[in-house]
Design a protein around this ligand. Structure first.
Ligand code: PEP
Ligand code: MN
Length: 263
């Protein structure tokens, strides 16, 4: 995945004119967790109104507590897929283990590997064999070298459709959830030909600052941003504290596009 091996930036074609990588600014938005049919409908409507082509939403959720909401599973994914498919929206959702890949495959446009699975080498090997794009998040305490080597697991198994994602790293600072390491963006872009995107929602973990950090990500050179939005963030089943409402989301989309034009 090194620039030394391939100079030309990798572009990932999700079909129907949706391309991720150099020359594009990709916006991926949606709830932390898929919660209901109604919720998906409302998010889809919001995304369509703002020409956003990729919806995020977890159906298998890695939660710190086993008693927290852990996602709607495959049935939720099928519903998610049906509603997005009929509206021309692509799906990104997290896969947590190897055994889920085959069942999820027909319903997913991009597999997300979460921070907690960033060095699950069996999962990375298996995704290398699946011919689907993979968004690989940086580990909670992962170095950039570890992220790059994790991506090599997927790449060396034959799947070159990889997107790297900076989502914040753990530090001693506790004024916010994580430290969004925007240094990673230009450094990764120099080291690899893969697209690099930023997740400001998990990166800072507080909804009031998601816009500022998203705009900073654009200016740092990110190929896109993935963030959490929900019709009523305070009622979200997970990560409501870092989730923006549709009004905030609309403003964010407009401002990111403007910033990208200026970059
Ligand atoms: C998520 O995207 O909701 C998520 C769990 O992200 P991360 O793996 O970065 O914590
Ligand atoms: Mn989340």
């Amino acid at each position: 995945i090194s620039r030394k091996w391939r100079v030309a930036p990798t572009q990932i074609d999700l079909c129907d004119g949706v391309v991720i990588g150099e020359g594009q600014f990709s916006i991926m938005a949606g709830p932390c967790s898929i919660e209901s049919e109604r919720q998906i409908e409302l998010v889809v409507e919001h995304l369509k109104a703002n020409q956003v082509k990729i919806m995020r939403g977890g159906v298998f959720k890695p939660r710190s507590s086993p008693y927290a909401f852990r996602g709607m599973g495959l049935d939720g994914l099928k519903m998610f897929h049906e509603l997005c498919n009929e509206n021309g929206i692509k799906i990104i959702t997290e896969v947590m283990q190897v055994s889920q890949i085959e069942d999820m495959l027909p319903y997913v446009d991009v597999f997300q590997v979460g921070a907690r699975n960033s060095q699950n080498f069996n999962l990375l090997d298996a995704l290398g064999e699946a011919q689907k794009p993979v968004l690989l998040k940086r580990g909670i305490s992962g170095t950039l070298e570890e992220l790059l080597q994790a991506a090599e697991y997927i790449f060396s198994n034959g799947n070159e459709k990889i997107i790297l994602c900076e989502r914040g790293i753990r530090s001693y600072e506790n004024a916010y959830r994580n430290v969004l390491d925007l240094n990673a963006v230009p450094v990764l872009k120099a080291k690899t030909h893969l697209p690099v995107i930023v997740d400001p929602s998990h990166g800072i973990g507080l909804r009031d600052y998601v816009e500022d950090m998203s705009l900073a990500a654009v200016m740092a050179g990110a190929d896109g941003v993935i963030y959490e939005t929900h019709q009523k963030p305070e009622e979200a089943f997970s990560d409501g504290q870092q989730t923006v409402n549709f009004q905030e989301s609309e403003r964010l989309i407009k401002r990111m596009r403007l910033a990208y034009e200026l970059r």
